[in-house]
Design a protein around this ligand. Structure first.
Ligand code: T1G
Length: 708
C-alpha cells in the first residue's frame, strides 16, 4: 500500500491517507483499491475495535474524487461502472462492523465528505482551511457516492439541499452548527479528540446526535411537509439556473427519490444521473473552468524569468470613496494587512473607514471570524489627510475620481511619499494606465488594478500592465490580488482593458435595439435565456448609465464608429436617469428595490413604435457583438491567452459558465459559422458586425482557440 498506512494503538486502528506526490488527497482508482484492502485488514485484525480515518496531509482531508479520472471517461457505461464501484466501497465502509471516526482537517469535499458521512462519527478542526461540502454541481455532476442520501438523513432535507444544489463548501464552524460534524476542535487536539471518540465507540457508546434542525427533521418525516420543501427548492432552483444546468436538477431528484423510496433506490438514481452527466458537454466545460481557475492561481502573471513578488504588509489607499473603502476592507478582511486611507477631509476618511469596517462586520455576522479577530483586523484600519506613514507602504492603490488631472496630482503625491520599492496601482476602469503614469518619475512601478464593484462580491481583478511596467511590479500586484481572494488576469493597457472592451459593443447593441423599438423586457429576457445572470438593460441600470457612457466614450474615441453608443443613452443621462443609484433608469426603483419597466424611458430615448427586429436577431446581435470583440481583443494581445479571456468574461461579466466563456463558445460554434453569421448581421444592420480579421483567418484555416 502506498497511500494508506495502518497503525494500531491500544485497540484503535489509525487509518492514515497520504496520497504520494500530490498536494491534496483525492480518491483515485488506486486509492479505492487500497482502501478496499485496508478495510480487509481492519476487519481481520481482532485487536482493532474502532478506527480513526485521518489524513497525513497538512490541509487536505480528502478533496473528493479525482477529477482527472472522471473527465477521461469516454462513455456512460464506463462512468456508471466507476460510480457503482465507488458506492460499493463507501457502503462497505459504513457497514464495516467496527465504528469509524473521521478526523477532518483541511478540505473535505465531494467524495471526501461522502466518505466521512459513511463514518460513525465526525470531528473537524476549526482551521480556516477546513472546508466541508459537496461542490459536485459546480462541476456539472452530482454527489454520487451517497451524498444525496446520507446528508439529508443527517441534517434534514432543507439544509442538505442548501448545500448540494449550490455546490456549497462551508467552514467547519458552520458544518458543526448544521450538524454535518459532531465535534469542532482546534487542530492541535484533533488526534486526541478523535482517539477518545474512537475509544468511547469501541466501548459501545453511540453518539446521540444533537437536535440541530429538529424542526426540519420533523418536516422531513411528514410526506406533505417534504413535498413542500422539494417544490419550493425546485422553483428556486429553476429561477436560478434558467434550466441551463442539468446537475442541480438531477441532484434534487436523487435526494427526493431516495427520501421516498429508500437509500438503495436513491443510490441507483445517483449512479444513473452521474453516468449521464459526467460525459455531458456542460460538465466538461465546467471542469475546464475549474482547471483554468486552478492554473490561474499559480500563474505569476509574467513569462520568462519570474522575480519574487514584494510581500505586502502595509497597503495605502488614496481616495476613501466607495471603491477605495471596498478595496481597503477586502484587503484587511482577506489578507490581514495594515490599511492606511488618505483623503482630503476627515469626513470622507470616516466614511471610508466605516465602509471598510462594514465588510469586517459582515464577516463577523456570518461567523467567518470571531469577535477577537474582528477587533484585531479593525485595529489595522486607519486614515489621515496627509501622507505621513505612506513610507511604510509596500503597495499603494489610488481610487480617486476618474479624471486624468486628479489622477495625475495624486500620482505625483504618492511618488513623493513612498519608498522606491513600493508598487503604485491605479484603480481605474477607463483611463489608460500609461497616461496616468506619464507624470511619475519611475513609470516602471506603476500598473492598474481594476477591481469591480462591489469589491467584496466581485471575484475578478484585472491587473493592467503598460509597456513599461516592470515584471517585479506585475508579479507583486498579481500575488496581492490573489491574497485578496480574487481571480486575477493580467491584461494589456488598451482602452477598456478586457472586460469593458468586450462588454462595450454588447451594451451598445442593447441600446440600439431599444432605440429600434425592442422592449426592455424582451432584451433582458433574451440574454438571461442565453445564460447571463442579468440582462444588459438591468446591468446598465446597475452599473449606472453615466458610468457606462463614460466607458463607451473611451472605447468610441479609440476604436471609432464600431463602438459608438446611442443618443438615447445621452438623453437618459441628461434627464437624470442614471439607473438604480438615481432611483430611476430603464426600470423603476422603490426603496432600493427594482420594480417594473419605466415606460416613460422609451419616450426619452425616442424609441421607434413597435419593433421590426426579428426575434432571433435580438439575441444574436448582442451575443455576437461580444464574441466578435473578444476574438479581436485577444488577437490584439489584450489578454495573454484564451483561458484568461474566458475566465475574465465569466467572473467579470457573468458570461454563462456552461458555455465555457466567449472563446470556448466560439470554438464550439466554429469560426466559420460565426464569421458567416457576423457577415449576415453586417449586411442587415451595419459594418460594426463585420467579422474581425482573426475570425476570418480562423474560418479560412479551420482553426480554433483551444486545441480540439
Ligand atoms: N481531483 C483532481 N485534482 C485535484 C482535486 C480533485 N478532486 N482537487 C484538487 N486537485 C488538484 C488541483 O488541480 C491542483 O493541481 C492541486 O490539486 C492543488 O489544488 C463521487 C465524483 C481542494 C479546495 O470539486 O476545490 O467527489 O495544479 O491549487 O487552493 O460524488 O483544489 O497542482 O496539478 O486548488 O489549496 C469534488 C476540487 C470532486 C474539489 C484545494 N471535489 N478542488 O485548493 O489548491 S467530484 C472538488 C478544490 C466527486 C463524488 C464526485 C481545491 C481544494 P495542480 P489547488 P488549494
Amino acid at each position: 500500500m502506498d497511500a494508506f498506512t495502518i497503525r494500531v494503538e491500544d485497540g484503535i486502528g489509525w487509518l492514515v491517507l497520504d496520497l504520494p506526490g500530490e498536494p491534496v488527497n483525492m480518491i483515485t482508482r488506486a486509492v479505492r483499491h487500497e482502501l478496499d484492502e485496508a478495510l480487509d485488514r481492519l476487519v481481520a485484525d481482532k485487536e482493532i475495535r474502532a478506527v480513526v480515518l485521518i489524513s497525513g496531509k497538512p490541509d487536505s482531508f480528502i478533496a473528493g474524487a479525482d477529477i482527472d479520472e472522471f473527465v477521461a471517461l469516454q462513455s456512460r457505461e464506463e462512468a456508471y461502472e466507476l460510480v457503482r464501484s465507488g458506492q460499493a466501497l463507501i457502503n462497505r465502509l459504513e457497514r464495516l462492523g467496527k465504528p469509524i471516526v473521521a478526523a477532518i482537517n483541511g478540505s473535505c469535499l465531494g467524495g471526501g465528505l461522502e466518505t466521512a458521512l459513511a463514518c460513525t462519527y465526525r470531528v473537524a478542526t476549526d482551521n480556516p482551511k477546513t472546508r466541508i461540502g459537496l461542490p459536485e454541481v459546480q462541476l456539472g455532476i452530482i454527489p454520487a457516492a451517497g451524498g444525496c442520501q446520507r446528508l439529508p438523513r443527517l441534517i434534514g432535507v432543507r439544509a442538505a439541499l442548501d448545500i448540494i444544489l449550490a455546490g456549497k463548501q462551508v467552514v467547519a464552524r458552520r458544518a458543526y452548527r448544521v450538524g454535518m460534524v459532531d465535534e469542532l476542535v482546534p487542530s492541535a487536539i484533533l488526534e486526541e479528540v478523535a482517539y477518545k471518540a474512537a475509544k468511547r465507540l469501541a466501548g459501545g457508546w453511540r453518539p446521540k446526535r444533537r437536535r440541530v434542525g429538529a424542526a426540519d427533521l420533523a418536516l422531513d418525516r411528514n410526506p406533505l411537509g417534504r413535498r413542500v420543501v422539494f417544490a419550493t427548492a425546485k422553483k428556486q432552483l429553476l429561477k436560478k439556473t434558467g434550466g441551463h444546468y442539468p446537475a442541480p436538477e438531477a441532484a434534487l431528484r436523487a435526494v427526493q427519490h431516495g427520501m421516498k423510496h429508500g437509500i438503495e433506490a436513491g443510490l441507483d438514481m445517483e449512479a444513473a444521473f452521474f453516468a449521464e452527466l459526467a460525459v455531458d458537454d456542460v460538465s466538461r466545460r465546467l471542469v475546464q473552468i475549474f482547471f483554468a481557475t486552478t492554473a490561474l492561481k499559480k500563474d505569476p502573471g509574467v513569462e520568462g524569468d519570474v522575480p519574487e513578488p514584494v510581500p505586502v504588509s502595509n497597503l495605502g489607499v488614496v481616495g476613501a470613496g466607495f471603491m477605495g473603502a471596498g478595496i481597503g476592507g477586502v484587503a484587511v478582511a482577506q489578507a490581514g494587512v495594515d490599511v492606511r486611507f488618505r483623503d482630503n477631509d476627515f469626513e470622507r476618511i470616516g466614511k471610508g473607514l466605516e465602509g471598510a469596517r462594514k465588510i469586517l462586520k459582515g464577516r463577523l455576522k456570518r461567523r467567518r471570524i470571531d469577535k477577537y479577530e474582528y477587533r484585531r483586523l479593525d485595529s489595522l484600519l486607519s486614515g489621515s489627510t496627509g501622507y505621513e506613514s505612506f513610507r511604510r507602504c509596500d503597495l499603494v492603490i489610488e481610487a480617486v475620481f476618474e479624471d486624468l488631472d486628479v489622477k495625475h496630482e495624486v500620482m505625483r503625491e504618492i511618488e513623493e511619499n513612498v519608498r522606491d520599492d513600493c508598487v503604485i496601482a491605479s484603480n481605474t476602469s477607463t483611463i489608460p494606465i500609461a497616461r496616468i503614469a506619464q507624470v511619475v518619475e519611475r513609470p516602471e512601478r506603476v500598473l492598474g488594478m481594476h477591481f469591480f464593484s462591489p469589491v467584496e462580491k466581485m471575484p475578478l481583478l484585472e491587473v493592467i500592465v503598460t509597456d513599461r511596467t516592470a515584471p517585479w511590479v506585475t508579479v507583486s500586484a498579481v500575488a496581492f490580488g490573489r491574497e485578496m481572494g480574487k481571480t486575477v488576469i493580467v491584461v494589456q493597457d488598451q482602452p477598456g482593458f478586457w472586460v469593458n472592451r468586450i462588454l462595450g459593443p454588447y451594451l451598445n447593441e442593447a441600446g440600439r435595439l431599444l432605440q429600434q423599438g425592442v422592449t426592455v423586457e424582451h432584451i433582458d429576457k433574451a440574454m438571461t435565456r442565453f445564460g447571463f445572470p442579468v440582462g444588459p438593460v438591468t446591468l446598465l441600470d446597475e452599473v449606472g448609465l453615466d458610468v457606462a457612457q463614460k466607458a463607451a466614450k473611451v472605447l468610441c474615441d479609440a476604436f471609432g464608429d464600431r463602438m459608438r453608443s446611442t443618443e438615447g443613452m445621452e438623453r437618459m443621462i441628461e434627464d437624470g436617469r442614471l439607473g438604480r443609484k438615481s432611483g430611476s433608469g430603464f426600470y423603476r426603483y422603490e426603496k432600493g428595490k427594482k420594480r417594473d419597466v419605466d415606460e416613460t424611458a422609451y419616450e426619452i430615448i425616442g424609441a421607434a413604435a413597435g419593433s421590426k427586429v426579428p426575434r432571433e436577431d435580438v439575441t444574436k446581435r448582442m451575443a455576437y457583438s461580444m464574441l466578435n470583440e473578444a476574438a479581436r481583443a485577444l488577437d490584439e494581445g489584450v489578454v495573454r491567452s484564451p483561458r484568461d479571456g474566458d475566465i475574465g468574461a465569466i467572473f467579470g461579466i457573468g458570461f454563462p459558465p456552461f458555455l465555457g466563456g466567449p472563446l470556448r463558445y466560439l470554438d464550439e460554434l466554429g469560426a466559420k459559422r460565426v464569421a458567416e453569421t457576423l457577415q449576415q448581421l453586417a449586411e442587415a444592420y451595419g459594418d460594426r458586425f463585420a467579422p474581425c480579421p482573426r475570425l476570418v483567418r480562423m474560418a479560412d484555416a479551420g482553426e480554433r482557440f483551444y486545441p480540439a
